[in-house]
Design a protein around this ligand. Structure first.
Ligand code: BG6
Length: 300
């Protein structure tokens, strides 16, 4: 784990600094001309992102745990190497281990336009190999500016092929989830996790009027989250991703989650950039796969 004293060399005066957050968790704090952000090394977890002049783009729960080994509720959890409960291994951690490991900062800098760039890596270790017996390198590039760009590269550093699932599990902050719409998924097929994983076909626009947990497969499309209350649209563009998940826990599931406030469900909607289920990926030894998401706020 990198200590604050070791991270000092990455600091950019007035723009990038490091401090200890709740429970002493180390985090990076960005305050640039175009945007502010907070990112925890636990999970390389972007918890806050706010372009100048905007409300928060990401939702983070007031009840979130902040503890090494536990996921942060909200922001952008990184999901790898399986999505949801692991097939045939319900005892393994939900959504894999990448979101609860401490990542290493490799590079920090600023583009000429002021965008702050942070690059984190995560490698296999004894603990990950005990769950998933493969060698890998994850490289996560976060570009914080007027636009947010996230890029996750997975490299197979073992001598045999492996399969994996992955997600950038973005939680968006919305004024009132019942009033938002999501477009970009018209005609896409999805597994409805609230209805016995039945396979269904979507019709645009998606509206949220009950617990919603849909894993769309074979879709490369961008999504637009229209939020009339906040008078903005959030445009989610992606590359290297064939699945999208839309999730809101609604009332009962929110009440059952210990790290989520009972009254918080109207304030969030997850639109996740994913490769899972039918879109599980395979990588040969030495090969790399990259998945990108670009998030842009447009005023209405
Ligand atoms: C979503 C899944 O991606 O994540 C849901 O589709 C799940 O089924 C949700 O409930 C949250 O998962 P977790 O492990 O963070 O509670």
């Amino acid at each position: 784990m990198q200590l604050l004293t070791e991270l000092a060399r990455f600091e950019i005066p007035d723009v990038l600094r490091f401090d200890a957050g709740p429970s002493g968790l180390v985090r990076a704090r960005v305050s640039a001309a175009d945007a502010a952000a907070v990112l925890y090394f636990n999970g390389a977890h972007l918890a806050e992102y706010q372009p100048v002049g905007e409300d928060d783009v990401l939702f983070t729960s007031g009840k979130s745990a902040y503890e090494v080994g536990k996921p942060i509720r909200g922001g952008v959890p990184i999901i790898f190497p399986w999505f949801g409960p692991r097939k045939d291994h319900p005892e393994h951690p939900m959504h894999g281990f990448a979101r609860t490991k401490v990542w290493t900062l490799r590079e920090a800098g600023q583009d000429p336009d002021g965008t702050v760039v942070l690059i984190f890596t995560l490698h296999d270790d004894e603990q990950t190999r005990a769950l998933w017996p493969h060698s890998f390198e994850l490289r996560y590039t976060v570009r914080i500016g007027q636009v947010l760009q996230l890029s996750l590269e997975v490299k197979n550093t073992s001598d045999a092929p492996f399969s994996f699932e992955e997600a950038l599990h973005t939680y968006f902050f919305v004024d009132s989830v019942q009033d938002v719409t999501v477009t970009g998924l018209d005609g896409a097929e999805y597994y409805d996790k609230t209805d016995g994983l039945k396979r269904k076909t979507e019709t645009d626009p998606v509206k949220i009027a009950a617990e919603t947990d849909r894993l769309y497969v074979n879709t490369k499309s961008a999504c637009v989250l229209d939020d009339p209350g906040f008078e903005r649209q959030i445009v989610v563009e992606k590359a290297g991703s064939d699945s999208t998940v839309v999730w809101n826990p609604w009332i009962a599931k929110a009440a059952a989650m210990p790290d989520f406030g009972d009254e918080e469900w109207p304030s969030m909607l997850c639109i996740e950039t994913v490769n899972a289920a039918d879109n599980t990926l395979s990588l040969d030894p030495g090969a790399t796969h990259r998945m990108d998401v670009t998030i842009r706020v447009e005023r209405k």
